[in-house]
Design a binder for this molecule. Structure first.
Ligand code: SF4
Length: 428
């Protein structure tokens, strides 16, 4: 039986493809068995450079040409499969992008990627225009067993091994979303309250409660999220510690340092040289002294000190920057890509903490993109959100034990609140 799609409730989000070819040049496209069968039938032998796809561990990916870009990307920026055979003959992931699908017990959640510049900048067409395509592709992928309903009861861990049933998880998310949509409150304060909620859940002795009391407490705390900000909002200006700053820079590095197609297929010696270079840059990023090391997507290597001096530009409008962050946060919650199977199997507390940390990373990256100008603008925030979201759910390091330990370190000391307060991109 086909699971229905669960369309995200994002009334303000817009998208239309502007053929920038970012996705064709930057992303590694994984193929289903049916994708490969279609490509084989199209008989590309001799008409493209090399083979159309290659095996990578247990999966197959579209090949890129030497120098970058999908093997089917023509010089005029068009997809050759699309041009010769039609849109529905492209691989499913290409047809779906910038949407992705996440199967849950009650249906398939449709999520949106902000590494597409038109999603971040908000295009002109309502995303509903893509609903029928998403439904069709969800059906096709389920029929091929490329998307399967998850096993189990759908319970999600909140923290410390305590689990929440699906109904209460939905209630928790609904309360959080309602708070995030409270536009009468500035976004930094909305995020601050979210931080207080995760911190309270992290420190609560949930394990000492019976299952019913634990789930009631979790939902009750989410329902009262507004009050959680009030008691300490005025004390939020404490600066992050050196170690908290180190965690922030390490997380920025993990997000930006994705592996490209060229690196995946490079010979062993080249790959080792890249790893060594990566290790040195990771160390420099962690130390935070002198000039920032080269980061993919960031032009130049500004001094860490200079990044800290960057301030919001006078042109940055509260409505626009808050609106961008709100669209991003809601897309993550609505697409169920914050915790559980949609985010490295993280608990609710870990996942929401990781999301908050990514907002601090976006603010820090926006500053580093603007270091030469000394003020950051809306475009810098959009670019930073694209760089951060590109890694989300794709880079294994972000789901590794070390990433979880870093989050626990911040949660233990309430360091997330300090980082978010310092770096959330906001108008003055
Ligand atoms: S990144 Fe977005 S706008 Fe650019 S080609 Fe891909 S889908 Fe279109």
């Amino acid at each position: 039986m086909n699971l229905p799609i669960i369309w995200p409730d994002l009334p303000r989000q817009r998208f239309e493809c502007r053929s920038c070819t970012n996705c064709c040049r930057e992303l590694v496209v994984h193929l289903t068995r049916a994708d490969r069968a279609k490509i084989d039938k199209q008989k590309w032998g001799g008409r493209i450079e090399g083979e159309p796809y290659l095996r990578l561990g247990s999966s197959y990916v579209l090949r890129h040409r030497p120098g970058g870009g999908c093997v089917f990307l023509a010089d005029d920026g068009k997809c050759r499969i699309h041009a010769e055979f039609g849109a529905t003959e492209k691989p499913a992931a290409c047809q779906l992008y910038p949407f992705t699908l996440e199967a849950a017990p009650g249906g398939v959640h449709v999520a949106l990627r902000f590494d597409c510049p038109t999603v971040a900048a908000n295009g002109e067409r309502p995303i509903e225009a893509r609903k029928d395509d998403s439904r069709r592709l969800s059906g096709e992928l389920q029929a091929q067993s490329a998307i399967v309903a998850p096993d189990g009861d759908g319970f999600v861990t909140v923290a410390h091994g305590v689990k929440l049933p699906p109904t209460e998880t939905d209630q928790f998310v609904a309360h959080v979303e309602r708070w995030l949509r409270t536009e009468s409150v500035p976004m930094p304060k909305r995020l601050y309250a979210l931080g207080r909620l995760t911190s309270t859940l992290h420190h609560a002795k949930l394990k000492q409660l019976d299952a019913d009391s634990a789930k009631e407490l979790v939902v009750m705390l989410a329902a009262g999220i507004r009050e959680l900000a009030e008691d300490s909002w005025d004390a939020r200006h404490e600066a992050p510690s050196r170690r908290e700053m180190r965690v922030l820079r390490q997380t920025v590095f993990s997000h930006c340092e994705h592996v490209t197609f060229e690196q995946i297929v490079s010979p062993l010696w080249t790959s080792l040289r890249f790893r060594l270079n990566q290790l040195n840059r990771a160390r420099a990023m962690s130390a935070g002294v002198g000039a920032m090391p080269m980061l993919p997507g960031v032009i130049g290597t500004p001094a860490f000190d200079a990044i800290e001096r960057v301030v919001p530009d006078a042109s940055l409008s509260e409505k626009e920057v808050d609106g961008l962050l709100l669209r991003y946060l809601l897309a993550r919650f609505e697409g169920r890509s914050v915790f559980g199977p949609g985010y490295y199997g993280f608990s609710i507390v870990e996942g929401v903490a990781a999301l908050q940390l990514s907002i601090a990373c976006i603010g820090w990256l926006a500053r580093s993109l603007a270091a030469a100008r000394t003020t950051f603008n809306q475009n810098d925030v959009e670019r930073a959100i694209g760089l951060i979201d590109r890694a989300t759910n794709r880079v294994p390091e972000l789901g590794a034990k070390s990433a979880r330990l870093r989050l626990t370190y911040l949660l233990d000391r309430d360091g997330l609140g300090r980082l978010v307060s310092r770096y959330v991109p906001a108008a003055t």
